[in-house]
Design a binder for this molecule. Structure first.
Ligand code: XMP
Length: 310
């Protein structure tokens, strides 16, 4: 694919479709939504309103980091605090698909519908990529940013039309477009992070305390593995518990899985062969977190596993 041409075509198409109307989009800080933001800003300028919705499920320091990185690029991003709404919607929800649904509903029906009303936007831009569509259609996993494929009519249900300028690209293509759009290297190379954010990294109910734990574990894993150039790496908090011994006392503690994979586009993946001392160091740091007494490294390829656990 000629990515320069892709940018030209998508820019022209966005201009033609949106016309004099307003379009809005949510920036998550991931490469897909970053590229959509930069592309649409190029096409629409001030007629694009970009929001960063803090759903309380973000990684350490993420909301401010992302907003200020875009400010430096001359793209204004408004930070919206919706933490209470999302955590409220996730209360008591255990089933993975129900969790995704609660997040989707809160995002589109509550928070976004409100922003659409406030901005008068008629278009919502999405960072949907080809892999998202394929996996949703195949029924493997509901991706939070797919509506049409789920039989939801956003125009009828929420009052806006969804535009998906990246839907013909895979992750590697999105990265190429990111480079051509002049996005900074660390943004281009950012490892994928799921739309449901840390809610996808907690096997059970998403609560404040589980979030604190998985956020801390995620920070450790990302810090330790940043230099590996692996496709993706993260920490996952299980609901199972394991017996341990701390300060000469029995402890029925938490289990955290570390996953680090090699992949081109997330369709297939293999576990990264990390050096043993690196694994030991990560394990030492993870089990120093309060209540955690097991740290496991996941060797499973995709398939049969998926990248995420829920
Ligand atoms: P799976 O778990 O399906 O993940 O093998 C493939 C890639 O997609 C990311 N992922 C998601 N991204 N919303 C997203 O935006 C989601 O619900 C979601 N689930 C998984 C995952 O991190 C991996 O890179």
């Amino acid at each position: 694919m000629n990515y320069r041409k892709f940018i030209e075509q998508q820019t022209a198409e966005l201009r033609a479709t949106v016309g004099d109307d307003i379009a809005i989009n949510a920036l998550s800080g991931g490469v897909d939504s970053s590229v959509v933001t930069a592309l649409a800003h190029r096409a629409l300028g001030r007629r694009l309103k970009t929001f960063f919705i803090d759903n309380g499920l973000m990684r350490e320091g993420e909301p401010r980091r992302v907003v200020s990185a875009f400010r430096q690029l001359g793209i204004p991003v408004k930070l919206v605090d919706a933490r209470a709404e999302f955590l409220g919607a996730l209360k008591g929800v255990l089933d993975p698909e129900e969790k995704r649904e609660a997040i989707t509903r809160t995002f589109y029906r509550d928070v976004f519908a409100r922003l659409v009303r406030e901005t008068g936007a008629r278009f919502l831009l999405h960072g949907t990529i080809l892999t998202d569509i394929e996996e949703t259609v195949a029924g493997i996993k509901r991706q939070h940013n797919i509506l049409a494929q789920l039989g939801i009519d956003p125009q009828k249900e929420f009052g806006y039309q969804v535009l998906e300028p990246l839907k013909t690209l895979r992750k590697d293509g999105v990265r190429k477009v990111a480079v051509l759009l002049g996005l900074p290297k660390d943004m281009v190379r950012r490892i994928p992070f799921p739309g449901p954010a840390l809610a996808a990294r907690i096997a059970g109910e998403v609560t404040e305390s589980e979030l604190v734990l998985v956020r801390a574990a995620t920070a450790i894993v990302e810090e330790e593995l940043a230099s590996t150039k692996a496709f993706q790496y993260f920490a996952m908090l299980l609901t199972d518990r394991a017996t341990g011994i701390r300060d000469n006392r029995r402890e029925f503690g938490r289990i955290i899985v570390v996953r680090c994979i090699q992949s081109v586009d997330a369709r297939r993946a293999t576990a990264t062969r990390l050096p043993w001392p690196k694994l030991e160091r990560i394990c030492r740091r993870i089990v120093a977190l309060p209540g955690v007494n097991r740290c496991l490294y996941d060797l499973t390829p995709k398939p049969p596993a998926t990248v995420e656990y829920i």
